[in-house]
Design a binder for this molecule. Structure first.
Ligand code: ADP
Ligand code: 5GP
Length: 214
């Protein structure tokens, strides 16, 4: 973990100028969506969510175009083959991916682009010039993760087992040196949120300043 090692001046190539994007990763059920929804609510007009594509079905309450673009496997594969995606991955029996358009839409509004992606996505984004801040949200333990996923009541037993299997790999990989800039254990929600907010405060203030003067 290299807490706070990045700074606004580390913005990537001129083509990618603007606030640095933020990658939020970590096991399914660790609390990424919960934390990022809190962040976007407290700092509306600062962050923009990169709306991914997926072949999984929407959960109750999820909205097409807001939480994900829900597409068929055929349509998604065709778009990937057509070069429309920055990265894509197979996770728990479904396809997920970040389109260039999703990131561009946020960047065009000069907002901090947040990507909620899995570990394969993290590895693939590292091959691009996006230059985000990499943050891993981890559960306090696998047992707690399982309880949270079960209590969320969104997964079939098969999907839950696949997610727990992926979580074990994720937990190990997240400890590798240089994989993430910041690692946050989401035990107490308010503590984890405070840590996330503090880590991003420099970027948040920069965007607020730019948006106030424009
Ligand atoms: P992810 O987006 O990483 O898959 P979610 O944000 O959906 O995870 O969180 C998984 C479940 O755990 C949700 O039901 C959420 O309300 C709950 N949750 C998140 N953070 C905490 C926490 N710190 N303590 C207890 N429950 C939590
Ligand atoms: P869920 O089905 O719970 O919404 O997401 C399952 C996993 O897919 C999570 O780890 C989430 O971060 C990841 N994910 C969501 N969108 C993308 C994406 O565009 N690319 C990649 N690689 N992973 C994604």
């Amino acid at each position: 973990m290299a807490d706070g090692k990045w700074s606004a001046s580390q913005t990537g190539s001129p083509a990618m100028a603007g606030p640095r994007p933020v990658v939020l990763s970590g096991p399914s059920g660790a609390g990424k969506s919960t934390l990022l929804k809190k962040l976007m609510k407290e700092y509306s007009g600062v962050f923009g969510f990169s709306v991914s594509h997926t072949t999984r079905n929407p959960r109750p309450g999820e909205e097409n175009g807001k939480d994900y673009h829900y597409v068929t496997r055929g349509a998604m594969q065709a778009a990937i083959d057509g070069g429309e995606f920055i990265e894509s991955a197979e996770f728990s029996g479904n396809m997920y991916g970040t389109s260039r358009a999703a990131v561009e839409a946020v960047k065009a509004r000069n907002l901090i682009c947040i990507l909620d992606i899995d570990m394969q996505g993290v590895k693939n984004i590292k091959k691009t010039d996006l230059n985000p801040i990499y943050i891993s949200i981890q559960p306090p333990s696998l047992e707690v993760l399982e309880t949270r996923l079960r209590d969320r009541k969104t997964e079939s037993e098969e999907s839950l087992q696949r997610r727990l299997h992926a979580a074990k790999v994720d937990i190990d990989l997240s400890k590798e040196p240089n994989m993430f800039d910041i690692l946050i254990v989401n035990d107490n929600l308010e503590d984890a949120y405070g840590h996330l907010r503090d880590a991003l405060l420099e970027e948040i203030n920069m965007v607020k300043k730019i948006n106030m003067s424009s």
